[in-house]
Write a protein that binds this ligand. Structure first.
Ligand SMILES: [Zn+2]
Length: 341
């Protein structure tokens, strides 16, 4: 039932004039109860229906933030699971239903979800639609070499930038449901303190590799923020987006670079097909140098739920451990990466 303050109030006045004071008092009681709930009718309706605030997110790394900050106050639905490439992802009919039923939608922005822009724009009239990247100052963003005038969307690889995304989620949730302000605040503080520890861990691990050997070659250009924050030179076979596949010229050029710089290991990514990097490895071998596939990194999607890599923190730890072990030749598990499905 929709309770409307104005119509309720008007009807109360009419009744008192025509009938008697008892009905007026009854109305006044309902009116007072309504005021005591202290919420605006639209928000209250959504909360009563679901008991929890329904939030829909795009990539797993954002789902992880929202789950950590919101705790049990929210029902969180993540659209993109393990192995899903957000550059190419188009919402399914089920996703569209979920998006329509959400109170809040969080997405990365900076054109990461490039096939979803129109849908999100349409929904922004009725639902709170928030890009977690929106409060990062542009001077802290890296420019996209591929798309003029745009920024690199892979901000989660610089943990300090990702902390700003956490703060944006926190502020949005507090704005939506101020009653849970204390819970959201405490959850955010806990999560950010874990992220600061993670940041220090990545720095410590990176420092094990001499600066001139810190070269990271991956399937696509997702790791520029990582390189920038932790002192790695980064080369991706494909561009920043995976929309167009790498060509033969890209494979040759990268193979020459690897052979010339004697780079010991290159890395596949969970959300990009393996075949392109296997072509690079073959091309390097044809130049008389051997390069190992150093393992699988999680770039634009996290690992399976229930595994350590199924969380943002676990994913970042997995990536840095894999990179450092392979570059130092410590425990390279050759060809242990997941084969293309
Ligand atoms: Zn990407």
């Amino acid at each position: 039932m929709k309770l409307n303050y104005n119509s309720l109030h008007k009807s109360c006045i009419t009744f008192t004039k025509i009938i008697n004071i008892h009905i007026f008092l009854g109305c006044l009681l309902i009116f007072n109860l309504f005021i005591l709930t202290g919420c605006n009718p639209k928000k209250e309706e959504k909360l009563i229906e679901n008991e929890k605030i329904r939030v829909v997110t795009t990539i797993g790394m954002i789902t992880d933030i929202v789950r950590n900050v919101g705790g049990d106050k929210l029902e969180v639905i993540g659209m993109m699971g393990p192995g899903v490439d957000p550059h190419l992802y188009k919402p399914t009919l089920k996703d569209i239903e979920r998006l329509k039923s959400a109170s809040i939608i969080f997405y990365n922005g900076l054109h990461l979800e490039s096939k979803m822009g129109d849908k999100l724009e349409q929904l922004s009239g009725n639902t709170k639609v928030v890009a977690v990247s929106e409060n990062i100052p542009t001077n802290q963003l890296l420019k996209s070499p591929e798309f003029k005038g745009q920024y690199d969307p892979h901000i989660w690889f610089d943990i300090n930038l990702w902390i700003k995304a956490v703060e944006t989620v926190h502020d949005t949730l507090v704005d939506y449901n101020s009653e849970s302000k204390a819970t959201f605040g405490e959850n955010t503080e806990n999560y950010i303190s874990k992220l600061r520890v993670l940041h220090e861990y990545v720095i410590k691990q990176s420092e094990r590799v001499p600066p001139q050997q810190r070269v990271l070659v991956t399937a696509h250009d997702a790791f520029n923020y990582f390189g920038n924050a932790y002192g790695f030179e980064v080369r991706g076979l494909q561009g920043m987006s995976t929309v167009s596949e790498a060509g033969i010229a890209d494979v040759k050029e990268l193979a020459s670079y690897i052979a010339e710089h004697k780079i010991p290991a290159i890395f596949v990514e969970s959300s990009v097909p393996v075949r392109s990097l296997e072509a690079v490895k073959a091309a390097v071998i044809s130049k008389g140098f051997n390069v190992e596939i150093g393992g699988e990194l999680f770039s634009d999607a996290m690992g399976n739920e229930g595994t350590p890599e199924g969380t943002y923190i676990g994913m970042v730890r997995h990536n840095i451990d894999t990179i450092i072990s392979a570059l130092l030749g410590e425990s390279i598990e050759i060809d242990s990466y997941k084969k293309e499905q």
